[in-house]
Unconditional design. Structure first.
Length: 177
């Protein structure tokens, strides 16, 4: 997963590397990139990628393994319809997925299309590089980010629940093939 655009580059954070400055407007997301990303990498829990320009992080995201399972769907018929669409002789109760654990854009660079560009890179990498079996990308989207993910092809697992801080969503990588 490498790309560049002018002086911008996309790369995986190295073990032991510390990001010194980042502000996306959300304290929890800032804290992750500034203080926790390296611990997650060392513990083999998540890998974090940065999109930067001249060493200034414009955005970041972290990825980890996940699954999309029958149990996550409140309406089981929704999962059954999804299951029938998958060309698989044996109907499964869960499918391999990659989870976007954190996804943030530096406040100065919001609304410039960077978020959609990074989602495109994630989707393309998972669908075409195929380093392991992966059918879906999942995310627990903050309520105010649900529209952004929907515009980028993600679907709600369940109906929107206003009493929840996040909403589980998924993208079917088969759409890209």
């Amino acid at each position: 997963m490498r790309t560049s655009e002018n002086n911008r580059r996309f790369r995986q954070l190295e073990e032991g590397e510390i990001v010194k400055s980042f502000n996306c407007g959300d304290a929890e997301l800032n804290d992750f990139i500034l203080n926790k990303a390296d611990k997650y990498k060392k513990s083999l829990l998540a890998v974090t990628y940065v999109y930067e320009e001249e060493d200034i992080p414009l955005a970041y995201f972290s990825l980890s393994n996940d699954n999309l399972s029958y149990e996550k769907f409140e309406n089981k018929s929704t999962f059954n319809r999804l299951n029938r669409r998958i060309n698989n002789a044996k109907r499964m109760r869960q499918y391999p997925a990659v989870k976007i654990g954190r996804f943030a854009i530096n406040e100065t660079y919001k609304n410039l299309g960077i978020g959609s560009y990074l989602l495109y890179l994630i989707k393309s990498s998972m669908a075409f590089e195929q380093k392991s079996g992966c059918r879906f990308i999942t995310v627990d989207a903050y309520n105010d980010a649900v529209g952004f993910y929907e515009r980028n092809g993600f679907v709600m697992v369940n109906e929107f629940q206003a009493d929840r801080r996040t909403q589980p969503m998924f993208f079917d990588l088969a759409q890209l093939q």
